[in-house]
Design a protein around this ligand. Structure first.
Ligand code: RB5
Length: 145
């Protein structure tokens, strides 16, 4: 499995903990995020992740900012990206099962680090329920005009 990860200044500690955790699982990760708490503009750290997911260069993306809204809004501008704001385990599970989300967006200011790691694990192990109503709905997401 391959992953691209990005974060702004709200997320370096969350990102480090997630990287450390995923390393033990043998997952290949490209880190596009900032590694300090110096203030930055979140879109600059989202575009490289969204581009990798959009072009199928990686299987999944992980994005972290304060609320997760800014990173999700940016990533969802890409045609093949389905970025989901995830703050509970059930919402995370459903973002995969129902929406086939390919980027998890974590709100660092509203989750703990252990919770964020659990959300990532849930996201990566949950399969999309394809072949039915959810697939039909996901296929209707892209803007056509
Ligand atoms: C940064 O202060 C904050 O605005 C950012 O992390 C994020 O929450 C934006 O959506």
């Amino acid at each position: 499995m391959t992953i691209a990860i990005g974060n702004d200044h709200a997320g370096p500690e969350y990102k480090s903990a997630i990287l450390e955790h995923l390393k033990t699982r043998g997952i290949k990760i490209t880190n596009y995020g900032t590694d300090t708490s110096d203030s930055v503009d979140y879109p600059d750290f989202v575009h490289p992740v969204a581009k990798d997911v959009d072009s199928n260069t990686v299987d999944f993306g992980i994005l972290i900012c304060g609320t997760a809204n800014g990173v999700a809004m940016t990533a969802n501008k890409y045609k093949n990206v389905r970025a989901a704001v995830c703050w509970t385990n059930e919402i995370t599970e459903l973002s995969r099962v129902h929406n086939n989300a390919n980027i998890i967006c974590i709100p660092a200011r509203f989750t703990s680090i252990p919770q964020a790691i659990k959300l990532v694990d849930t996201f990566l192990k949950t399969e999309f329920e394809d072949g039915g109503r959810h697939e039909r709905r996901v296929n209707k997401i892209p803007a056509t005009c």
